[in-house]
Design a protein around this ligand. Structure first.
Ligand SMILES: [Zn+2]
Length: 547
């Protein structure tokens, strides 16, 4: 009896050392919790996919590992964490027809016809990215020209800037569009004479768009699979999903239940209602071996700088009558934040303009008096901050969740919107760190390319891919290589209350790592930009390998 009990106990005990896996002969790099670089040449992983120990060249290797991977001297790093992205939007964008490469109307028509033929089971043909300027057309395309490509099913194609849509006759008939249809405020129906001719600008686009059927669960699953494949190929092992809907969450759960969730998703619900629907009265448990967790809510305070929706303290330099506006009042914002915080949810708020950031800092200051303890209030983007407000980022445990690539792609636009005198607190990564804010880096994918190495290169140079401007834009805001790496690893983990699970390869952490050919701590910025990932591992298992 006693023996049988012992045997049973043995089964319950952790696997013995000989069941470990070994990844050997690597140029291993990780950061410890304090951001210090730790180098190693071997990695021992247990059966649960956690790091057991890091090995130096002289350390003894396990004698009979279950599994051994020969690293061939390649660089092995912690998997990248994208602290702000949109998983399903990326997947859907990758699934629909992309017309951006078309160089003429005829080329676009051929692409549309081919796509419709290859997707015979789709009731609507959906796409994006057309640009009549690039076609040298000198006018918008028409419904008749779209009918020439596909006439048997409705087609709806968004223009490259998202500000217009192009419909075929079938789609227009389904939406009941006739010569009598009136353009809604803020929109315009393009016409030939009195007849609508296929293009619907701005608010008029909803006349058609509202008839496009919502994606079915099967399509959502396909989009999630596509997004996972893309993100893992860039070495992203965890993404923070900023604004998950109940439909998104259900797709993540289906993937988890079906064992097809390879990526880790830190979800923030799209508003308080979605938060309650998904999680009820508090953050969800960590599901599927730490692959899915909803810990907080995403709220919006203002819009974006490009469309002058960012809420500024002073008018826009290039539109002196505008200064953007808040989406909710200060009181409404505090109420929403409070609603989440009282049930222990983490709060992440989108704030881009300097007035939005100031308002949000006020709200956080006020709420921090009620909701004490480790709250990690997240400010998403924190793009334009009045230098006078910067020190406030160092109080109340605030996390500045920022996207390095935005600084390089927004530079000229930001200068036009703000003029030269308001840039001192723009995309101010180094100032945030100096003030004591915690920094987490991401891409805002699919707004930007999710490649974290492009993000790291932007963070350390503040130059774009062409090396402009030489020496970097507002170069005092560059961060070091170690700080940039921290932003994409331990910083992102900390921002999601996940620093005891992911972001580092210290013993006890999940073995999420990538194998690459270049050491980003030694390479030039151009070499860092060019890094491609050979292999991506999540929880000690390979999930991506470059062909
Ligand atoms: Zn976003």
């Amino acid at each position: 009896m006693k023996l049988r009990l012992l045997a049973l106990l043995a089964l319950l005990l952790p696997a013995p050392a000989l069941a470990d896996s070994l990844v050997d002969n690597v140029n291993g790099i990780t950061l410890d919790k304090d951001g210090k670089v730790i180098r190693f040449t071997g990695l021992v992983i247990d059966k649960d996919g956690k790091v057991v120990r890091l090995l130096d060249r002289k350390d003894k290797r396990p004698e009979r590992p279950d599994f051994k991977v020969e690293g061939k001297g390649r660089t092995l790093m912690s998997g990248m964490i994208d602290a702000h992205g949109h998983v399903m939007a990326l997947g859907f964008q990758a699934l629909v027809l992309d017309l951006a490469p078309a160089r003429s109307l005829a080329e676009a028509q051929k692409m549309i016809a081919d796509y419709a033929r290859a997707n015979g089971n789709r009731t609507w043909i959906i796409g994006r990215g057309w640009n009549q300027e690039a076609w040298g057309l000198g006018r918008f395309p028409t419904n008749a020209e779209l009918d020439a490509a596909v006439a048997d099913r409705p087609v709806w194609l968004e223009r490259i800037d998202g500000h217009a849509g192009w419909a075929n006759s079938r789609a227009m008939a389904m939406a009941g569009i006739t010569a009598k249809t009136v353009s809604p405020p803020g929109g315009r129906i393009e016409k030939t004479g009195a007849q609508p001719n296929g293009v619907f600008v701005d608010a008029a686009a909803t006349l058609i768009a509202k008839f496009v059927p919502a994606p079915q669960p099967r399509e959502r699953d396909l989009a999630l699979a596509k997004a996972q494949q893309l993100l893992l190929s860039y070495g992203i092992t965890t993404i923070t999903d900023m604004g998950s809907s109940i439909d998104d969450w259900q797709a993540y759960r289906r993937a988890g239940d079906g064992d097809t969730l390879k990526l880790r998703i830190l979800a923030y619900a799209a508003g308080v209602d979605a938060m309650v629907m998904i999680a009820g009265s508090g953050p969800t448990p960590w599901l599927y071996g730490d692959r899915l967790h909803l810990g907080g809510v995403k709220l919006y305070l203002d819009g974006a700088l490009g469309s002058r929706g960012a809420w500024l303290k002073q008018p826009y330099t290039d539109a002196p009558k505008e200064r953007g506006q808040p989406i909710v009042s200060g009181t409404q914002l505090s109420n929403l934040m409070s609603r989440a915080a009282k049930d222990g949810f983490q709060v992440a708020v989108h704030a881009i303009g300097d007035q939005a950031n100031a308002q949000l800092l006020d709200s956080i200051g006020e709420l921090a008096e009620t909701y004490k303890g480790d709250r990690r209030w997240r400010i998403e983007h924190a793009q334009i901050v009045d230098p006078a407000d910067l020190p406030r980022f160092g109080r109340n445990g605030i996390i500045a969740s920022m996207q390095p690539v935005h600084a390089t792609s927004d530079r000229l636009m930001a200068e036009a919107r703000l003029g030269p005198d308001r840039l001192a607190g723009a995309y101010a990564w180094q100032s945030m760190l100096k003030m004591g804010a915690k920094l987490a880096f991401g891409s805002d994918v699919p707004v930007e390319d999710p490649n974290p190495f492009v993000g790291i290169a932007a963070a350390i140079t503040r130059e774009d891919a062409k090396g402009e401007p030489f020496g970097g834009w507002l170069p005092q805001e560059k961060v070091s290589r170690e700080q940039a790496l921290a932003g994409f690893t331990i910083g992102g983990a900390y921002a999601g209350f996940a620093e005891d699970r992911i972001g580092s390869l210290m013993p006890g952490m999940r073995a999420d790592f990538i194998l690459i050919d270049t050491d980003p701590l030694l390479a030039t910025p151009a070499e860092i930009r060019a890094i491609t990932v050979r292999e991506t591992w999540v929880g000690g298992r390979p999930v991506y390998s470059r062909k």
